[in-house]
Design a protein around this ligand. Structure first.
Ligand SMILES: [Zn+2]
Length: 313
């Protein structure tokens, strides 16, 4: 079953490694061998920037983008960058995995639309508008006092410009009101790249049923996050909890709204699916819970292919 995963922190994990490590084979959740084992069709690589840990977020993001391109170039027998659905199809025809370049922290734009256009020219095709701090675009969902805070005027302009540039807007981490503002202002579908269902696990990083319905009506997707804290009450990330979220989201928003957003290399190590190489365990669990092959295909890749077609041009 071909797999598209909407979120991982592997590039920042590689930069943080105390000993030299590369994308081809490493001790992390994701490397090229594990992606091959999973039958990966496309992996989204987040350039995650912690605004409080770096002096210049834009510059830190450029360093990370350079590392991303170095890794892809060194391994271009197995993986190639993609910026569109047709790139992905061309890579697939050569049996290569597609790598999509994404940014997790809209603060790297420093409140300037020209930086957005420059990141687009560098190949960025998805931006997570906030991480866990307020920025020029909007407010995060990590604190209740931010939940009613919507997009700023700049945030609204970012949404319109991302629509115009054919970029995917990502609302994971964004405040509830920010989510509804994106739904209101975006002419295209958008995504919650790595968020689960709040009524299954009460966590502000997860989406309410009303948000899931809105996301589905807009034609977007939400990627199932493998972090135990967003899945359930176990200290271990359990496959059973993933299936509970998937079942609930299917009931609320329909099968078309579900995708995968593992958050691998950004989450705690106690995982039933130990790394990307073991993703087949989730597919087997879905089969055991009577999900049809058509439904599993939609979750694993077809829904994201639809959003790519609608958003990336
Ligand atoms: Zn995240």
């Amino acid at each position: 079953m071909p797999i598209i995963d909407l979120h991982c922190d592997t590039i920042s994990a590689l930069l943080d490694c105390s000993r030299p490590a590369g994308l081809r084979a490493n001790h992390l959740h994701i490397d090229l061998h594990k992606l091959q084992q999973a039958n990966s069709l496309a992996q989204f690589f987040a350039m995650y920037i912690d605004l409080q840990a770096v002096e210049n977020p834009l510059e830190a993001c450029l360093v990370m983008i350079d590392r991303f391109y170095q890794e892809i170039e060194q391994n271009n027998d197995l993986i190639q960058v993609a910026t569109s659905l047709s790139d992905l199809q061309a890579n697939q025809a050569q049996q290569k995995i597609s790598a999509f370049l994404t940014i997790e922290e809209g603060g790297v734009l420093k409140g300037n639309l020209s930086n957005l256009r420059i990141f687009h020219r560098l190949g960025v095709r998805l931006i997570t508008l906030t991480w866990n701090y307020p920025n020029e675009i909007g407010f995060p969902n990590c604190r209740t006092e931010y939940q009613q805070c919507g997009l700023t005027a700049f945030g609204q302009a970012v949404v319109l410009e991302m629509n115009r540039l054919n970029m995917m807007i990502d609302v994971s981490h964004l405040s509830d009101q920010g989510f509804y503002d994106v739904a209101k202002f975006s002419a295209r579908p958008f995504v919650a790249s790595h968020s689960n269902a709040r009524s299954v696990k009460a966590h502000s990083r997860n989406l309410t049923d009303a948000m899931i319905k809105t996301l589905a009506e807009k034609g977007g997707v939400m990627g199932i996050n493998f972090a135990n804290s967003f899945l359930g009450n176990s200290p271990v990330s359990l496959i059973e909890d993933m299936v509970r979220h998937i079942n609930h989201i299917r009931n609320i928003g329909g099968i078309e709204v579900i995708a995968l957003g593992s958050d691998f290399d950004g989450i705690a190590p106690k995982l039933e699916i130990a790394d990307m190489g073991e993703l087949d365990k989730l597919i087997q669990a879905l089969q055991q819970h009577n999900f049809s092959e058509t439904e599993i295909e939609k979750i694993c890749h077809k829904n994201v292919l639809r959003v790519m077609k609608d958003c990336l041009g």
